[in-house]
Design a protein around this ligand. Structure first.
Ligand code: GLN
Length: 242
């Protein structure tokens, strides 16, 4: 962490920020500040260079065309890969998740190279778009409560041996391959199909990112009443609808 505090980088808000994914930045910022940390938030538009000295990088979802443009620019820039080499943490959602993999199918129906930061590939799902609420049990090594969010994607994602599923779905599609997995992670790089914004619905994931950055096992407690009310409401709604 630099002397200016925790550097939180919001990657390409002009291209990748669907369904309120920007809320993920607000939650990380707020929960860090509640623990007394100074936060420098850096919004990087797609015509700007990605700084390589950030601590936590957040990437949201996007429509197919902006997703291709974002992948082209991120490949050309190379900053995100260098940041990960420097030990940075990356948390990505949906289109952002697909971009972190080896490749995905773009809006022109062609294979588009990703950044190869996660050992996953995404293809176009043959069936209906995956849309709706998701409930999933998180990889037990991460020790996190059930994940709640919603998904809206056509791409489906296959994990290679270098990535672990972030969670296993109880409800919804997640990666959409029919194997019950949702999202992926390896080291300090995370991907999920969950919107919500996912960190507002699952603040313990924001805390996990902070703990990884600070290299600590625990953080001071904060008042989670509103988060818990939101979680309870969304889990009940999803369960009733199922
Ligand atoms: N365009 C991608 C897909 O449909 C991602 C969509 C999203 O980010 N919501 O698979």
């Amino acid at each position: 962490m630099s002397t200016s505090g925790l550097r939180v980088v919001w990657v390409y808000p002009d291209l990748l920020s669907t369904y309120g994914d920007q809320g993920n930045v607000l939650v990380v910022e707020r929960r860090a500040q509640q623990r007394g940390l100074a936060v420098e938030r850096i919004d990087v538009r797609s015509d700007q260079a990605i700084p390589t000295s950030g601590d936590i990088y957040l990437i949201g979802g996007g429509e197919d065309r902006p997703q291709r443009l974002a992948a082209e620019r991120l490949r050309r820039d190379g900053g995100l890969q260098r940041a990960v080499d420097n030990g940075a943490i990356v948390f990505s959602v949906c289109a952002g998740y697909q971009i972190l993999g080896h490749e995905f199918i773009n809006d022109l129906g062609q294979r588009e190279p990703g950044l190869g930061l996660l050992d996953v590939i995404s293809v176009r799902g043959g069936g209906e778009r995956c849309v709706g609420d998701v409930l999933a049990d998180v990889d037990e090594t991460l020790r996190l409560p059930q994940l709640t969010g919603f998904e809206n994607h056509q791409g489906v994602t296959q994990l290679g041996p270098g990535a672990r599923p972030l969670a296993r779905v109880r409800l919804g599609n997640g990666n959409g391959t029919g194997d019950g997995t949702e999202g992926a992670w390896a080291g300090t790089v995370f991907g999920t199909y969950m919107h919500g914004p996912v960190l507002a619905r699952n603040p313990q994931i924001a805390d996990l990112l902070l703990k990884l950055t600070l290299d600590v096992n625990a953080l001071p407690q904060v008042d989670d009443r509103w988060y818990e009310a939101l979680r309870a409401e969304r889990i009940a709604a999803a369960t009733q609808a199922a």
